[in-house]
Design a protein around this ligand. Structure first.
Ligand code: MN
Length: 288
């Protein structure tokens, strides 16, 4: 099932051409206040229980529906407790970062070449039809696109064994981990507002298929910059989840970026970024 968040923080089920508003089928009172809304996290945790009611609502000919192209899609994430992100998770990206760091930092930072996880501010999340806004105080620094497979936590937990990890994922979506290249801490360089576009919807785990068998592609304007298969990840999704959950309890709805493919590079105001991932969809974002 493909789950979208619509204008007014309503829940949509996406079919081939339309988005059906199934908000009324949720078993919890609908809270449209972005500060307090917790229904999305409950949905991530309890999707299997709620699925039959959502499927029935999506088939109901009386349900309100909108063409996908006309739907006001918001980021398919709501009040996650955290954004976890993997660093240095494709060999080709690790290799290219030597040159990028020589150019932008003047030296290579060996600790940044090792796989690890870090945090981004949840307030950096933006929707699939929002613009990426480059901060004026970073003029003069390179700001890069990183097109990534994003996993969203379902049941979650602490110390999740790798063998159980994929069952603790609610689904997958496309993410961009927008990044200032500078000597500042990762958490600041990657946490500006709009630096975590997500979308276009959450594809639940059953429908998304194997997260180690997806193709990621990003075009900046007409030029393809990134193209990779997720099977090239150094640490696959199940092991990212297991590793992160040894540090911190993963809560329903938490967002996990799985690492940048090779081909990162600067973005400029006026650019259009087009990202697609197999079976998840595609989205197009403007930079300003
Ligand atoms: Mn990244």
């Amino acid at each position: 099932m493909r789950l979208a968040i619509l204008d007014g923080l309503r829940l949509g089920v996406v079919s081939d051409t339309t988005v059906v508003d199934v908000t009324a089928a949720l078993p919890w009172p609908h809270d449209p206040d972005p500060l307090t809304a917790g229904w999305w996290r409950l949905l991530c945790r309890d999707f299997e229980l709620v699925r039959p009611a959502l499927a029935a609502a999506a088939r109901d000919p009386r349900a309100p529906r909108t063409a996908i192209s006309d739907a006001r899609l918001l980021a398919p994430a709501l009040n996650p407790s955290k954004i976890v992100a993997a660093a240095s998770n494709y060999q080709g990206h690790v290799a290219e970062m030597h040159e990028v760091q020589e150019r932008t930092l003047g030296s290579v930072e060996p600790w940044m070449m090792e796989f690890d996880v870090f945090l981004k501010a949840p307030s950096s999340i933006a929707g699939p039809r929002d613009d990426i806004v480059l901060p004026p105080d970073q003029r003069g620094s390179e700001i890069h696109h990183e097109a990534e497979l994003v996993a969203v936590v379902g049941k979650g937990g602490k110390d999740i064994p790798p063998g159980d990890a994929l069952r603790s994922i609610a689904g997958y979506m496309i993410g961009l981990d927008i990044t200032v290249r500078s000597k500042a801490d990762r958490s600041r360089r990657k946490s500006y507002d709009t630096f975590s576009p997500l979308g276009p919807w959450l594809v639940t785990s059953d429908e998304a298929g194997d997260p180690a068998d997806m193709d990621i592609e990003l075009k900046r304007n007409t030029i393809r910059r990134q193209q990779v298969s997720t099977r090239d990840m150094l640490v696959p999704v199940k092991d990212i989840v297991a590793y992160a959950s040894r540090v911190m309890t993963l809560l329903p709805g938490d967002v996990i970026f799985t690492g940048a493919p090779p081909g990162v590079g600067p973005i400029e105001p006026g650019d259009t970024l087009r990202v697609r991932i197999s079976r998840l969809g595609e989205m197009e974002l403007r930079v300003r």
